[in-house]
Design a protein. Structure first.
Length: 280
């Protein structure tokens, strides 16, 4: 695609959440119904038209501490992403070092990853066939972020680590080809009000996690990077223990159907790593 064809922005419909009434805690099951492809939940959703600004050429206008996300150009050594064992063995170590380098963190612990491949003809979203997420969300709450530290770090280390600054950051990148199809939209943290988010139980077969659902606000400022390549990545802050108003705490985000997607491009494929990020 030529530079002259790069759009300044795109218009899209994003799926926002409407929490249940009377203060009832929202929930959603992680696994979808094999027949309908729907996940069991007690909240409703609404489509809203939004403008999403393309940051191509303006990547430096955002950062982890101001907007809650940051783009980088850094090709991965591991590029096959063929199976989980290989990813853990090869992609994890290089990504740990990269996150340390980009954030200045003293310790990084990767606790999982998800490969998403859009399959237009496939219903449902199982652990083996993850599709792009099509609702506005934040991956963690304070409660679930602290629980992650206890879950993934030795019991004798967790309390000490929780005394200092820590974050949960996702490293997201397209794999095998540019993500013109179903790109990733990120919301500038500075445009999110305290009442725009609400806790939501994520029900696994064996446990419960917690994420933040996001209500619509006309103040939200959405961004994306048009035609993001596998050599590019975005760090997405899902949680920060510094909550004194000095830095972004999280980033609402979602995949979206871009009406400006060029015809005939391959369906989006991407990988996201989830990292506990600690500072001395």
């Amino acid at each position: 695609m030529s530079d002259s064809a790069v759009p300044a922005s795109t218009n899209a419909k994003l799926l926002y959440l409407i929490p249940p009434e009377d203060g009832v805690r929202a929930y959603q099951h992680i696994n979808s119904d094999p027949i309908t492809g729907e996940r069991k939940r007690n909240f409703s959703r609404e489509e809203k038209d939004v403008v999403i600004e393309n940051l191509r050429g303006k990547e430096d206008s955002v950062s982890l501490d101001t907007t809650g996300f940051q783009y980088y150009k850094h090709p991965a050594k591991h590029t096959s992403f063929a199976n989980d064992e290989e990813i853990v063995r090869e992609y994890y170590p290089e990504s740990i070092e990269l996150i340390k380098k980009l954030t200045g963190a003293s310790r990084v612990v990767l606790f999982d990853h998800t490969i998403r491949r859009r399959r237009p003809d496939q219903l449902g979203d199982t652990p083996d066939t993850r599709q792009p997420v099509a609702q506005v969300h934040v991956d963690q709450t304070t409660k679930s972020a602290e629980a992650r530290v206890h879950r993934h770090l030795p019991a004798e280390e967790a309390p000490k680590l929780l005394e200092k600054r820590f974050q949960i950051i996702n490293l997201w990148r397209p794999i095998s080809h540019p993500a013109y199809d179903w790109p990733l939209a990120l919301c500038d943290y500075r445009s999110v009000g305290p009442n725009d988010v609400f806790p939501m139980a994520l029900v696994y077969p064996d446990r419960e996690g917690e994420t933040l659902g996001v209500r619509y606000s006309p103040n939200h400022k959405w961004k994306y990077l048009h035609g993001m390549t596998p050599e590019e990545l975005v760090l997405i802050k899902c949680f920060d223990s510094v909550q004194d108003g000095s830095v972004a705490i999280f980033t609402p985000h979602t995949g979206f159907q871009d009406p400006q997607t060029p015809p005939g491009v391959p369906p989006r494929e991407s990988i996201e790593l989830r990292a506990l990020v600690f500072y001395d």
